[in-house]
Design a protein around this ligand. Structure first.
Ligand code: ADP
Ligand code: MG
Length: 647
């Protein structure tokens, strides 16, 4: 541009610069994937353009929509131009889309990359995130974008060397759309940098990664004579490189895993391989086809409130929406893929999608099919299911509390750690199958980690009798348990709440004497009242325990109270003002600490030592369940004093 108008230079934001730096000093051995990213963006831009035209009630010249690859070795070095006649970008959009990495979580990602232990770990992280457009800097030392939105008169040029800044200025472009011009780095085959200005290389890369793209990917070959190497193909002219066949319309057996993975990458913007694909088609009153994917890793933004999710919605080959959230319930937000319907109007708008009856029907159908598919995965490929569950099980659990209609399909998909096995997870079905006939409830204990619950005194009596207890360790589990009153007629029961009655569940090992002589309740009443009043701030009741064998005391919640774990979770989540609930302290009448304490109390009802021990007992019970002490320094002092006296 001669009278370069409105040229401005901008600095990339810190986290964008860091990511660029990683991309440029590449962690990727596989640099050719930059092309798939640029083609993917071009294809998205064409989809958007086509949809805009249709919504405006105009007709689309289908054959005119295309992606061009134009290599050149003339003039100032080797270049590759990737062009489309899609929506293009306004100046503001250029600044927004190419000046920042707008995805939520960029900062967090940049931070974890910085902390990553080695290049491989960093590459894995960035692969999960996908850097899209910026991957161009893996192969180019300068990238130039000229783009024009159909509604604008002027075009915008964006130029950067990926070194911290970029320049933006007005430009001209005859048609709407975008050119991305790459000034290619020197060829370096050994380090994965073949000649991307070579037609054969481009053809191979397009075939490998972008064959299914709906639009023609046209190779513009330079006219012969320039390099004069006598190559037969150097005659100039055009050639379409891709077969353009949407995968979801082809029989499953004809589609290779590699092709599937590429479609997955295109729709998910994830750079990894999917764990599994789900092929669906429904014929009848309404026809749908869907090709869905389950990721192999939890998307990095799975728990970000503003993260985009949803399926690509096509109507008769036309993409209507990139992220149709309405097609899935939120707890299936990790599912990626394409849904095609023949029964929606082509010019359907976003708002219409939100309220359309067909869409609601499709959502129900898709939900059912996905859950059935996951059940199949669990039964037939338990190892893959274990991977799925580790990465995404937490999200699926949300469904139990939120989607009553699907509960019967969701419950069999749930897995939990349990006392039965130190490692393997168990399902409700496993649990029910193992439980003795006399057992009427499904027992669980909620907590923060396996190590923490394993050591809980609440488990003692269950262990002694060999009664299995499930561990609910995800924050969402407590909500799941609340929402799920019973499984196959057996109520779910927290062992941290109310009284437990393990009578009839078998003898506790080596404990016959205790069972034979039930403790004399009255003999303990006076001490228990003393303990209760000493701990009045924290404890609403003291009672004799039937669940302890070796610990002196434990804390439980009263029946009907919130579980202490849930109370802690709610208190940790910001802005929650949770009133403190008093607990029930259960004491073990067989423990020497308690029998001696009782003796002291009976000798002198005013003995100050009893109140001190009460506090220590309470503190120990808190520690045993992994909770924090109200006053750790005071506790430490009291314990030290007591220990000193016994020495
Ligand atoms: P993503 O495709 O995952 O959104 P990219 O880094 O690949 O991320 O692209 C960033 C954004 O830049 C895109 O979302 C799009 O808005 C814009 N963009 C990139 N390439 C084009 C193009 N050829 N035409 C129009 N917009 C584009
Ligand atoms: Mg992209």
């Amino acid at each position: 541009m001669s009278e370069a108008s409105r040229q401005e230079t901008f600095e990339f934001r810190a986290e964008t610069r860091q990511l660029l730096d990683i991309v440029i000093h590449s962690l990727y051995s596989n640099k050719e994937i930059f092309l798939r990213e640029l083609i993917s963006n071009a294809s998205d831009a064409l989809d958007r353009h086509r949809h805009e035209v249709l919504v405006a009630g105009e007709t689309v010249e289908e054959d005119a929509l295309r992606i061009e690859l134009a290599p050149s070795t003339e003039g100032d070095g080797r270049t590759l131009r990737v062009s489309d006649n899609g929506v293009g970008m306004s100046r503001d959009e250029v600044l927004e889309n190419l000046g920042t990495i707008a995805k939520s979580g960029t900062r967090e990602l940049a931070a974890s990359i910085r902390e990553a232990e080695n290049a491989e770990a960093a590459a894995e992280l960035i692969g999960q995130f996908g850097v899209g457009f910026y991957s161009a800097f893996m192969v180019a030392d300068r990238v130039e974008v000229v783009t024009r939105r159909a509604s604008d008169e002027r075009a915008t040029r964006w130029v950067s060397s990926g070194d911290g800044s970029y320049a933006v200025e007005d430009a001209n472009r005859f048609h709407h759309g975008t050119d991305v011009v790459l000034h290619l780095k020197p060829v370096d085959e050994e380090n994965g940098l073949p000649d991307f200005a070579d037609a054969a290389v481009l053809e191979r890369v397009v075939k490998r990664h972008s064959d299914f793209v709906h639009y023609s990917i046209v190779l513009q070959q330079p006219a012969s004579g320039a390099d004069g190497d006598g190559d037969a193909s150097a005659d100039g002219g055009e050639r379409v490189l891709n077969s353009r066949r949407p995968l979801w319309t082809r029989p499953r057996a004809e589609v290779s895993d590699e092709e599937l993975a590429e479609l997955y990458r295109h729709v998910s913007h994830d750079w990894q391989e999917p764990l599994d694909s789900v092929w669906l088609s429904a014929e009848g009153r309404i026809e749908y086809k869907a090709l869905l994917f389950v990721p192999s890793k939890a998307p990095y933004d799975l728990y970000y409130r503003d993260a985009a999710w949803g399926l690509r919605l096509y109507v008769r080959r036309v993409m209507i929406q990139e992220r149709a959230e309405e097609l899935l319930p939120p707890y299936l937000r990790f599912v990626r893929g394409v849904v095609e319907s023949s029964d929606l109007p082509l010019n359907v708008s976003r708002e219409m999608v939100q309220h359309d009856r067909h869409i609601a029907q499709m959502r129900r159908w898709l939900t059912k099919k996905i859950l059935e598919h996951l059940k199949g995965l669990k039964d037939d490929r338990p190892e893959d299911y274990a991977t799925f569950w580790r990465e995404l099980g937490r999200v699926l659990k949300e469904g139990v509390a939120t989607d009553h209609e699907s509960r019967d399909r969701l419950v069999p998909l749930m897995l939990f750690p349990s006392t039965h096995d130190g490692e393997a997870l168990v399902s409700f079905a496993d649990y029910l199958e193992r439980m003795p006939e006399t057992q009427t409830e499904v027992y669980y204990l909620a907590g923060d980690s396996r190590a923490q619950v394993e050591g809980s005194p609440l488990l003692e009596a269950f262990r002694a009798r060999g009664v299995e207890v499930l561990f609910l360790l995800d924050p969402v589990d407590e909500f799941l348990a609340e929402a799920l009153p019973e499984v196959e007629g057996k109520p779910l029961r927290s062992i941290a709440r109310g009284e437990v009655d393990l009578e009839g569940l078998g003898e506790a090992e080596g404990d016959e004497a205790k069972d034979a002589a039930a403790p004399d309740q009255e003999a303990w009443d006076s001490l228990m009242e003393r303990l209760r009043s000493a701990l009045d701030d924290h404890v609403k009741e003291v009672r004799l325990s039937r669940r302890l064998t070796s610990s002196p005391a434990c804390l439980v919640a009263a029946d009907g109270d919130m579980s202490p774990h849930l109370e802690r979770l709610l208190r940790q989540s910001e802005g929650m003002d949770v009133p403190k609930q008093k607990r029930v302290l259960e004491i073990n009448p067989d423990h020497a600490l308690l029998t001696k304490l009782r003796a002291r109390h009976e000798a002198d009802a005013e003995d100050a030592r009893v109140a001190e021990v009460a506090e220590v007992l309470y503190g120990q019970a808190l520690l045993a369940e992994g909770a924090e002490l109200p006053d750790p320094a005071r506790f430490a002092r009291q314990v030290a004093e007591l220990v000193a006296e016994t020495l």
